[in-house]
Design a protein around this ligand. Sequence first.
Ligand SMILES: Cc1cc2nc3c(=O)[nH]c(=O)nc-3n(C[C@H](O)[C@H](O)[C@H](O)COP(=O)(O)O)c2cc1C
Length: 197
Amino acid sequence: MKELLVLYYSHTGAVKEMALLVARGVESVAGCAARVRTVPRVSAAHEAPGPAVPGSGAPYVELKDLEECIGLALGSPTRFGNMAAPMKYFWDSTGELWLKGRLAGKPAAVFTSTASLHGGQETTLVTMMMPLLHHGMLVVGLPYTEPELLATASGGTPYGASHHAGSTGDKAITEHERRLCIALGRRLAEVAIKLAG
Ligand SMILES: Cc1cc2nc3c(=O)[nH]c(=O)nc-3n(C[C@H](O)[C@H](O)[C@H](O)COP(=O)(O)O)c2cc1C
């Protein structure tokens, strides 16, 4: 069984829900399993650090997860049109892998959630690709052969899966968004298994 890393940060739960759908898509491909991981919150030096192990939910990611998995799905809520600081902080710790080219040639995909419909889904997805491209990863998006991409009135982009959560996070993941999350995981796993031979 080959594993794909589904790595997400989520503060109020929307991106976590998306991560589980992406993982479902990964596991719909024969021979593929999802390894779901998250990152801890970050705090300034004068603030109390959080626990080393999360109280519940996915374990915290380690660099070896990136090395061991044959592909990566990366999810973060938008923060002013960019990925959230805890996820960026994690990527800033991957210099050693970059130096050794450990991720070069592996496929990757991205997903995000926003409060407002035009609040930066696409900029967040595209800027999340930057560290992945520096690592030499091969970015996989969503093609318009997925019918939900044309039909959606909320999230879902060719750059990756997305969700419009509403200003209070009250909007549930729509059927179109849900299917596109699963499609992204499935497409990523199909590409990864081909590349891994
Ligand atoms: C500091 C901060 C900045 C944010 N910036 C944006 C933004 O630029 N556009 C937007 O639509 N939502 C923004 N949001 C809202 C979150 O991205 C949104 O609620 C997201 O769905 C939360 O995902 P989560 O439930 O996985 O934590 C911001 C939230 C915070 C706390």
